[in-house]
Write a protein that binds this ligand. Structure first.
Ligand SMILES: [Zn+2]
Length: 136
């Protein structure tokens, strides 16, 4: 179970809608105990592709996020991006590029912009398994 503070979740959705139809991306940092993940901090990262169907994190911002998380004694546990026009399921490319088995991958779908859907997955060796999460 991944627990996300409501204000962080709201900001992610707001950012995804603001940047529509471009993809957004970022990390969530927190603490993991066993299978419980408590998210504590949001690290939005610029999508250097500024594209509607793919993203590439700005490597400088990515490095800053790693450093800040380390300073706060948090781990980057979730990597998220938006799917402006497709469903909240990893694309073939998402699966191919998901090389970090310690990360959860979250996808925000704006296929229906009035009703954004966010889902979380473990992606390991090409296998996709949905994870439960809650915002509170
Ligand atoms: Zn994707």
């Amino acid at each position: 179970m991944i627990k996300i503070p409501k204000d962080i979740y709201d900001t992610m959705i707001k950012d995804a809608i603001k940047e529509y139809p471009l993809e957004i991306c970022g990390y969530l940092g927190g603490i993991a105990f066993d299978k419980e993940i408590q998210i504590l901090k949001h690290f939005p990262i610029s999508n250097i592709y500024k594209n509607e169907t793919k993203f590439m994190m700005d490597s400088h911002e990515q490095f800053q996020a790693f450093k800040e998380a380390q300073h706060l004694r948090l781990r980057l546990l979730v990597c998220y991006h938006s799917h402006p026009k497709t469903s909240a399921y990893p694309s073939e490319e998402d699966i191919r590029l998901a090389f970090d088995e310690n990360l959860n991958y979250m996808i925000i779908s704006l296929k229906n912009r009035k009703k954004p859907i966010m889902k979380s997955y473990w992606i390991q060796k090409g296998k996709v398994k949905e994870q439960e999460w809650i915002a509170f």
